[in-house]
Design a protein around this ligand. Structure first.
Ligand code: HEM
Length: 536
């Protein structure tokens, strides 16, 4: 055989050998890590994981295997490591953040949906540089100034609902998710761009954006969306094909860029706007054209704020209206607390935990139970050793205190399972805001004698308030301050003026881009969360 022919024959053999070796190494490394029983030959455990309702599946697996275990991948994908152990989480998120980037499979999708901004960027240097440029826009001083825009939207929504109630014999039944998404889109449009999408009042543009996002999220939660994800994982190059469905994913981002460009060319930036785009443009203006930040990059940041800030905050707002509807005694106590406050509360009033203790507890409890990002996926960039808080029992019966992971290892982080871990929270599925108030001033008003409060901080997650909802470490949510302010203003305004009642619908959750509710027995209707509303 000639040399070129020999080389041509050797290349595919070498590639196949490399693939088998990588697969074998990973299998071998996780060999002693336990896996739950009942893996499907075709789907492994991944389909069961995908169909999770409220974190129950992960919690059942925590009980079976411990807080770190492996699951079988679908379609022969190598085993996936699932991590719920808080020391391992802190190692991944806080101490070795840049060794655990997002899965490369999703990067092209993130780019299409959000542009080349903070969610998309990978690598320590590039991420730190971009984060340092963006984070100051979300300072206390800047977020404080957003109160006017946030209240404007909250009052518009409250007035619209009041009018609907009056013209419908005193009450309406609405889907809380359809109510919250337009409001959070309008808030983020105003504070990120200085643009009013008019979604609360049903503008064509607002409806198009919220519906397009809803459809994306819903598709990701359906069986077809799951299969599409598996196909993408096998053939990532598909995302570069000029397919209509793939191009459509970028449509919302493109529209937001157009609006941003029009605002800049109209010269509104010169007027010193309070919105995030104006802040970024002023902060990054530089005499030296080589150091000046590219306008296109700032447009991508704005797209990211709108995409990352809209459905996340809408989801928890909707779940909160439902938990209050199903717990009228807590809703009444909350309304009493809100009505007792004179005037319109400011950012500082909401940030001071003693001003509205029950509102703060209600918000934390909903953020705990319904984290928008219910499950994350990371991939190890280099070989590493994951330390564990609680040793796990290996498949051979020995106790394991750390898990070696190989470069390329896929890791799933089930935030909703972590936030509902019974070892930390006890009655984790019970909506009990008073758990956040035990031992605090005024506790006797809301807590029962001897009620169980929170665990010591070092036994909870390292994330904000000991929950994993906003993630942890250098890549934790950069918009958290704004999210909390906006969320509290929306709940404050709506609960003060309106009463939310249970419709009797039983709820389950599914996760796609974000966590979303469905009605048990009406799953085919997709995302849905009905509540009855009347005037307070
Ligand atoms: C309740 C509302 C929100 C929740 C639960 C939430 C949650 C999260 C989580 C879990 C992450 C980490 C994602 C990951 O590691 O892949 C994240 C990152 C991020 N969030 Fe939020 N978020 C919320 C609201 C917002 C808002 C209002 C904005 C902006 C206006 C925003 C902007 C971002 C950005 C830009 C990142 C990327 C940060 C980085 O990688 O450095 N989020 N968020």
């Amino acid at each position: 055989m000639s040399l070129p022919l020999l080389i041509a024959a050797a290349i595919p053999v070498a590639i196949i050998a490399l693939v088998i070796k990588t697969w074998w190494d990973r299998r071998f490394l996780l060999k002693n890590v336990a896996a739950p029983a009942n893996a499907s030959l075709i789907w492994g455990h991944e389909k069961t994981e995908f169909e999770d309702n409220q974190g129950w599946q992960w919690r059942a697996w925590f009980k079976e295997c411990g807080k770190a275990f492996k699951i079988k991948g679908a379609w022969g994908h190598p085993d996936i490591l699932v991590v719920g152990d808080t020391v391992a989480l802190s190692h991944i998120y806080a101490k070795n953040t840049y060794n655990y980037p997002h899965s490369p499979v999703f990067i092209p999708l993130i780019e299409r949906l959000t542009g080349r901004s903070l969610i998309w960027v990978e690598g320590e240097r590039a991420h730190k540089k971009m984060r340092a440029m963006i984070a100051p826009a979300f300072s206390v001083e800047n977020v404080r100034k957003m109160g006017g825009d946030i209240y404007h939207v909250a009052n518009t929504l409250s007035n619209k609902l009041s009018n609907d109630i009056l013209s419908n014999n005193g009450s309406v039944v609405v889907d809380a998710t359809e109510l919250a998404a337009p409001a959070t889109l309008d808030v983020i449009g105003r504070v990120a761009l200085g643009h009013d999408f008019g979604a609360v009042n049903g503008s064509a543009e607002g409806v198009k954006i919220t519906q397009s996002w809803r459809a994306q999220n819903q598709m990701g939660q359906e069986a077809d969306g799951f299969t599409a994800m598996l196909v993408l994982r096998l053939f990532p190059w598909i995302t570069s094909l000029p397919l209509e469905a793939i191009k459509a994913q970028g449509a919302v981002a493109e529209r937001i860029r157009e609006i941003a460009k029009a605002i800049v060319s109209n010269g509104q930036i010169e007027k010193g706007g309070k919105d995030l785009m104006s802040i970024l443009l002023r902060a990054n203006a530089n005499e030296d054209p080589n150091k000046r930040v590219d306008l296109a990059q700032i447009y991508d940041h704005v797209v990211t704020f709108i995409v990352a800030g809209h459905e996340t905050t809408a989801g928890v707002t909707a779940f909160t209206l439902w938990t209050l509807a199903t717990h009228p005694e807590i809703q009444n106590a909350l309304r009493d607390e809100l009505l007792a406050f004179p005037g319109e509360p400011t950012y500082d009033d909401f940030a001071n935990l003693d001003t509205f203790p029950l509102l703060d507890a209600v918000c934390k409890e909903n953020l705990r139970m319904f984290p928008a990002s219910a499950r994350n996926e990371k991939v190890a960039e280099n070989d590493d050793i994951l330390p564990l808080r609680e040793p796990i029992k290996g498949a051979d019966g020995s106790w394991i205190k750390s898990i070696p992971v190989k470069k390329g290892q896929v890791i799933h982080i089930p935030s909703i399972g972590i936030n509902r871990d019974e070892d930390v929270w006890g009655d984790a599925d019970v909506f009990r805001p008073s758990r956040w108030l035990v031992g605090r001033p005024g506790c006797e008003k809301y807590c029962k004698p001897g009620e169980q409060g929170l665990k010591p901080a070092d036994e909870m997650c390292g994330g904000w308030a000991g929950i994993f909802t906003f993630s942890e470490g250098p890549r934790a949510c950069v918009g958290m301050r704004l999210a909390l302010f906006e969320y509290k203003v929306l709940i404050y305004t709506l609960v003060k003026h309106l009463v939310f009642e249970d419709t009797g619908a039983k709820i389950m959750t599914r996760f796609g881009a974000t966590l979303a509710p469905r009605v048990v027995g009406q799953e085919a209707d997709g995302i849905k969360l009905p509540v009855k509303i009347s005037l307070a």
